[in-house]
Write a protein that binds this ligand. Sequence first.
Ligand SMILES: [Fe+2]
Length: 304
Amino acid sequence: MVNVHIDPSFDDDERRRRLFAGDVVVYTTVPEVAAFAAFTRDLVTEAFTPDDPPTVHAARSPAELTEILIDFKPRFIHHPESIDHVRRITGALGGAPGDIYADVPKLRTAFPAGGLSTGIAKAFQVHRDTWYAAPTQQINWWLPVWPAAENNVMEFYPRWFGRAIANTSGDYNYYQANVWRSHIKDFSGSADTRVHPAPVRPLPDDEPRLCLVPPVGGVMLFSGDQLHASIPNSSGRTRYSIDFRTVHVVDVREGRGAPGVDVACQGTSLRDFHRLTDNAALSEDDVARYDTADAEGIKVYVPS
Ligand SMILES: [Fe+2]
């Protein structure tokens, strides 16, 4: 059973406990979230000038979009104000910045079906983030930049939270994936040969699905261990959203998190998380227990 909490009043400890049990939390009206969306709309609009970002797919070819996004997305991720917004949002919603470690925020673009959906604008198949070496302590924060709709966002498969499903995560090594990230242009177009963990068998057509559509200025929180996917975009408009991830240091130290019952990947993304107060990394002692990479295997860490 997955419960959805709308604008709950419980604190961060209670919220994490519920998220690790499979619940989803939505805050509908958060000024700090609205500010991050507005900041991002301005940057995206500038990048696509003179085209209107939600309809830019009609004006530019997939190759042109790739060129623009390969330049723009890293600039957004590493813009000094981007992580400031993450700090303000998590603080406004009760997270203690000295205990919260965050990954850099990512801008996602979902073009209408038939358009660019690989490489820099990858449409994610059914997966858990934990199959991609996310720690089970990870909480995902997802917010729309322009108004989103049920036919261009993402969906959950609540029947599978905490329940094993046969999957290919054993083929995934996080450190190998970091090497791929450094030449993402090679994986745009039809040549996306990266390993993407997925269920061995497709979900049935009548699989129960849960789709939530927060408003602009709202944000959705869920465990990185949720089974979820991008919905093929049939809205006719390009969807822009931001997601970032956080972990609480006490959860990392105490091994408290989501079930992670069917995770077989190698490595851990924990070194991507930095403390919101001073950008400090987690200690190697904290990370070591989660680093499942084969000592004989690839172990190259390339910061994103
Ligand atoms: Fe995901």
